[in-house]
Design a protein around this ligand. Structure first.
Ligand SMILES: Cc1ncc(COP(=O)(O)O)c(C=O)c1O
Length: 364
């Protein structure tokens, strides 16, 4: 048995998402690039590659990883490229997307050999959380002045617009794409491609995939553009768990179970976005599942079990692929979860373990 903690990627579940990505690409003509910021566990890329068109990135290192480990079409985006990075970035990228017109003109020379785009900020989004809202007041994420963008239209072939955030609502997507069509038509008409970013939850249960495909195709036909999507969460949703073991139990007015992992170190977004982990919820025995770091609020969430918990019991935290492994850290020196893949045959393959040497070399 693999020692906990470990992230367990379920190949069959990942393939369920991949087949939806493939169906959407086929029906809409849109291309799908994996957003590495969400999931960059490259041992799973062999599973994903046949169903996706490539990757998109948020930094030089993600870009290089995408080029070297995924291949296919590689988009480079960064909130700001530095002088030291730009030549190397252009050497890996098929397209480079600048966050501002300032960066585009600054790096016009080094990027002349590849296709270029700028990030367009439509000034609305589906995010309800200020921290993650690209359309928040004074947002630095992209340009919103169409006249300014039209002034550099001959330097670019496309734009990237990321404004959806776990959007499960097709009607809302449809309405907001309509706004983009109305407000940015003069620019869109000049372009060869438009990336609509990530955040569309099209692999979720019951999502009207065919309607989305039709809508994307209408958009693409109207402006004569190749549409790109940058699914992060949608690519890997529900595919992975974090397997942990109960180390201790105590009752401080509530049954508490301390496990051999930590949200701060291994599922950081739960902490950032004040969310609960997806834990078992059936049975009469209620526990709060707590992490083992020193942070008082290191709590996975409330769970229920059929039987009372014992030290040594294993617990599976569901839906643990997105924005987890890419954010894990060595806070408190808590042992980093291994990475394992459950193959379609049912066999579990341990891909990578981390140890003291990894902790040591992450510092000096
Ligand atoms: C530019 C861009 N593309 C794609 C994504 C991926 O989003 P998601 O994981 O919600 O699909 C993000 C997420 O922040 C993003 O900023």
């Amino acid at each position: 048995m693999i020692p906990t903690p470990f992230y367990l990627i379920d190949e069959a579940r990942l393939l369920t998402n991949m087949r939806k990505v493939e169906a959407l690409r086929a029906a809409s003509g849109a291309k799908a690039l994996l957003a590495l910021k969400c999931f960059a566990t490259w041992s799973a890329f062999d599973i994903m590659r046949p169903y996706m068109d490539g990757t998109t990135s948020s930094s030089l290192y993600e870009l290089r990883l995408g080029r070297e480990k995924f291949g296919k079409e590689t988009h480079a985006y960064s909130v700001a490229w530095s002088d030291r990075e730009i030549d190397e970035a252009c050497s890996y990228a098929d397209k480079i997307i600048f966050n501002t017109v300032g960066q585009l003109t600054r790096f016009e020379g080094p990027s002349a050999g590849i296709q270029r785009g700028v990030r367009l900020n439509p000034r609305f989004s589906t995010s309800g959380f200020d921290l993650a809202d690209p359309a928040r007041p004074f947002s630095r994420l992209g340009e919103w002045d169409v006249t300014k963008l039209l002034g550099v239209a001959d330097l670019i072939t496309g734009v990237m617009i990321h404004y959806n955030c776990e959007n499960r609502d097709f009607a809302l997507f449809d309405e907001q794409l309509g706004r983009i069509e109305r407000e940015f038509a003069p620019l869109l008409e000049k372009l060869d491609w438009v990336s609509l970013g990530g955040g569309i939850h099209f692999t979720g249960e019951g999502y009207p995939l065919e309607e989305l495909a039709k809508r994307l195709k209408t958009f693409s036909d109207r402006f004569g553009v190749q549409v790109y999507l940058e699914p992060g969460e949608a690519s890997i949703t529900q595919s992975t768990s974090l397997e942990v073991t109960v180390l201790d139990l105590l009752d401080n007015g509530k049954n508490l179970a301390i496990v051999d992992s930590s949200i701060e170190a291994h599922m950081l977004d739960l902490l950032i976005y004040r969310e609960s982990a997806k834990l078992p919820q059936t049975g009469d025995h209620a526990y709060q599942i707590c992490g083992k770091s020193c942070l008082a609020g290191d709590i996975f969430g409330e769970a229920r079990f059929e039987q009372p918990l014992n030290v040594g019991d294993r617990i599976s935290v569901a839906d643990a692929a997105g924005y987890t492994m890419v954010k894990k850290n060595w806070f408190n020196g808590v042992n980093m979860p291994s990475i394992a893949i459950k193959r379609e045959t049912g066999e579990i393959e341990l891909i990578r373990q981390f140890g003291y040497e990894d902790y040591l070399t992450s510092l000096s």
